[in-house]
Design a protein around this ligand. Sequence first.
Ligand code: ADP
Ligand code: MG
Length: 210
Amino acid sequence: MSGLFITMEGTDGAGKTTQIRLLEEYLLNKGFKVVCTREPGGTPISEKIREIIIDKNNSEMTDITEAFLYAAARAQHVDEVILPTLKEGGIVISDRFVDSSVVYQGFARSVGERLIKNINKYAVGELEPDITFFLKLKPEDGLKRKKEQAELDRLEAEKFSFHQRVYDGYVRLSKRCKNRIQVIDALKSVEEIHNDIVRGINNLLEKNGI
Ligand code: ADP
Ligand code: MG
């Protein structure tokens, strides 16, 4: 398949949104067709599912329900946004993807990686990101950044140990998928991180002859 599928991962406050905006601008300036999207969400149906997932009133939601809701939102997202863009040769930048489910539901909620991978197979088929940037930021630093912003949603408001498990999960996953996941020290300045990401993207574009 032509096109390029980029995903941004990391704990809350790591700088994903900030970096996606900068990368979009960089790639648009280079003349690429770029679609930025996010999970859970990215389509009208998926955004409705997102509302259910992050609603603080849904405290009784089971871990398995949560895992299926993410996968359901993703199935729609892949079919409606990601695959069509890639087929047209465009670049998709997604704020989170399957890695987030593996880390948040699989590791941090203890649903287990195998179950998460299995249900996500139905959602994404063979689709895998060409490159993933893991913005590595200790949870205490990420939460500090977020607290300066708006009110926390259901997942952001989880206790600290949950965010620590998420962080540990990302570190574990990135060690295992060295070819795809590029780890970036998210304590660096916005500009330094952007330059690291651009370097990673340009290496990949060159390798793919794009
Ligand atoms: P995420 O999307 O991963 O939750 P954001 O991009 O929303 O993270 O960034 C969270 C907060 O941290 C924002 O207020 C943003 O301006 C700030 N921020 C982002 N990147 C950096 C950085 N490299 N250094 C310091 N602050 C940053
Ligand atoms: Mg964000």
